[in-house]
Write a protein that binds this ligand. Structure first.
Ligand code: F6P
Length: 546
């Protein structure tokens, strides 16, 4: 594969950006009344409007040509077919297999993996029935009322985000809690409000070694024994979800309480696996299956739709246009739906832990931008917090607005105001307000020429700032599954074009190593640090532990 910057389409896109970067989107809308229809796409219950991007049909064609020259279709089939495209860990990347129909055959090392996936779903279903029916009882013979997931990163963000997003589909009065922070405050915020006799802990960790999770697990275990007695059978109050079952057994979890998944499921792509058990406990297996179905339908769309009509591919290419040609270093995600409050945090890991890389698949340093800084917040809040910078700041930050057409409450006036607010922001970013418009407005308000001359420059809004708007018909399990899969495949597509491995995360290992040089195996602070520690870390550490 030729180096990305040498591809013909890359060169053409560079020239194209030079030629059209000063064409205001206002003019593109003015010259084509059908612009919305020409640059929007509906897939299932999801509409993508990308007409407020600084593109023309020529831009779209060149970007799709870039995808073709990057051999994207071949890479898509390599992923779905189970090839070990995670080349630095020699692993397949098969979170997509988790939502394939049962009769599919997908082989890893010559073994069809589908039976094990079906067995995991069956085990999940059994546990959900036992919990919902009250058949699963704690040590004192009482049914479970609270489930506490102890995990971090991909062992927390996805399950937590989906459980919150699908709150209207809760099937049980079992409360599901998520603890990730090793700051014990978060754990005790939960423990202080649950009954030990009716609480089930799920230790979720792909490696079963993550310091934060295991520290929380140890404390939860001590807490339970302090409440129910040292002799209490932990297995009535602990499950383990991991790709390292041996470590879970050594920890003291019995075999039937250990749910496993394979190493070809990346942590940040694992909510579709047994890692999604807290989701299934909250919303029931039927809704969990609907979540899988929505993702599967996007998988099919992603594999078979022409790039110009392919929603994840278009999102990926628009991102590359803004990042690599318009030099945007950040990307904001702004849900206008309260239930998607945790969606930006979830996307940060999926996007930045996948594509925050600086060497290509072959280990060669690359000289072009890769993952942007992904950040975001609920739109209503953002408008009263950071939208000022989005509208008049020095940086152009593309925004993904995410909205639902139907909501789960019946206060239409709230929904109307919410929808108007969402569209007001994407239009303000695109349209802006130039000096002439500001001066005219101030004149009608009766300001003097002097006052106008003073105030007008401060009220100019540059505009021509790009955004996408994704509208879901309703935030249902199926549509949420589709939305998540869209972003998974967007990230995959960008990684293919950037010629990087999106599925390892070697960068995070250094922090883990350093932390272990500060704390001994019993979790006690080391009072003397190795001499090679910089004086800042030495000084801070001594200040902290003294
Ligand atoms: O952040 C590094 C990381 O390894 C993530 O990739 C992963 O989701 C998280 O830590 C938790 O890892 P584990 O599931 O093994 O506890």
């Amino acid at each position: 594969m030729p180096q990305l910057p040498t591809l013909p389409s890359w060169q053409q896109l560079k020239q194209h950006w030079q030629a059209m970067q000063n064409t205001p989107m206002r003019d593109l809308f003015a010259e084509n009344s059908q612009r919305f229809n020409n640059f929007s796409l509906e897939v299932g219950d999801i509409l993508l409007d990308y007409s407020k991007q600084r593109i023309t049909s020529e831009t779209r064609s060149l970007l799709c040509q870039l995808a073709k020259e990057s051999e994207l279709q071949a890479y898509i089939e390599r992923m779905f077919g189970g090839e070990k495209i995670n080349n630095t860990e020699q692993r397949a990347v098969l979170h997509t297999a988790l939502r394939q129909p049962q009769q599919t055959v997908i082989r890893v090392d010559n073994e069809n993996i589908m039976p094990s996936i079906q067995a995991s779903l069956q085990r999940m279903a059994e546990i959900v029935v036992q919990l919902h029916s009250g058949a699963w009882q704690g040590y004192q013979g009482q049914p479970i009322t609270d489930v506490v997931n102890l995990g971090i990163g991909g062992s927390d963000l996805g399950p937590a985000m989906v459980t919150e997003a699908l709150h209207p589909y809760q099937q049980t009065n079992i409360a599901v809690h998520f603890v990730s922070n090793v700051d014990a405050t978060q754990l005790f915020q939960v423990l202080d409000k649950v009954n030990p006799a009716t609480t089930l802990f799920i230790i979720t960790s792909k490696t079963f070694t993550t310091m934060e999770t295991m520290t929380n697990a140890n404390t939860a275990r001590q807490w339970l024994q302090s409440k129910l007695g040292e002799q209490c059978d932990l297995n009535q109050h602990f499950l383990a979800i991991t790709a390292n079952p041996q470590r879970a057994l050594e920890y003291g979890i019995r075999k039937e309480n250990v749910l496993t998944f394979s190493d070809w499921v990346g942590g940040r792509y694992s909510l579709w696996s047994v890692v999604g058990l807290p989701i299934a406990i909250a919303i029931g297996m039927q809704n969990f299956q609907a979540l899988l179905q929505g993702a599967y339908e996007i998988d099919q769309h992603f594999r078979h739709a022409e790039f110009e009509q392919n929603l994840p591919v278009l999102l990926a290419l628009l991102g590359i246009w803004n990042i690599n040609f318009a030099n945007c270093k950040a990307h904001a995600v702004s849900p206008y739906t309260q239930y998607l409050a945790r969606f930006p945090a979830y996307l940060q890991q999926v996007d930045m832990e996948s594509n925050g890389k600086q060497v290509n698949r072959d280990g060669e340093k690359i000289d072009y931008q890769t993952a942007p800084i992904i950040w975001g917040e609920l739109g209503s809040n953002g408008q009263h917090a950071f939208h000022q910078a989005l509208l008049q700041g020095q940086d152009v930050v593309p925004v993904d607005f995410i909205m639902t057409k139907q909501c789960h409450h019946d206060l239409d006036n709230h929904q109307t105001i919410l929808m108007a607010a969402c569209l007001s922001q994407s239009r303000a970013l695109m349209q802006g307000k130039d000096l002439q418009e500001v001066e005219k407005e101030l004149q009608t308000q009766g300001l003097s020429k002097g006052e106008i001359a003073t105030l007008a420059p401060h009220k100019v809004i540059p505009g021509n700032r790009p955004s996408n708007t994704l509208v879901l018909k309703k935030l249902t399990p199926r549509n949420l599954g589709a939305l998540i899969a869209i972003y998974e495949h967007k990230v995959f597509t960008q990684g293919v074009i950037w010629q990087i491995n999106s599925f390892d995360q070697w960068g995070v290992e250094l922090g883990k190593q350093i932390a272990k040089e500060l704390v001994d195996n019993n979790g006690q602070a080391k009072t003397e640090l190795a001499s090679e520690f910089d004086s800042s870390t030495q000084g801070l550490w001594q200040f902290l532990i003294s």
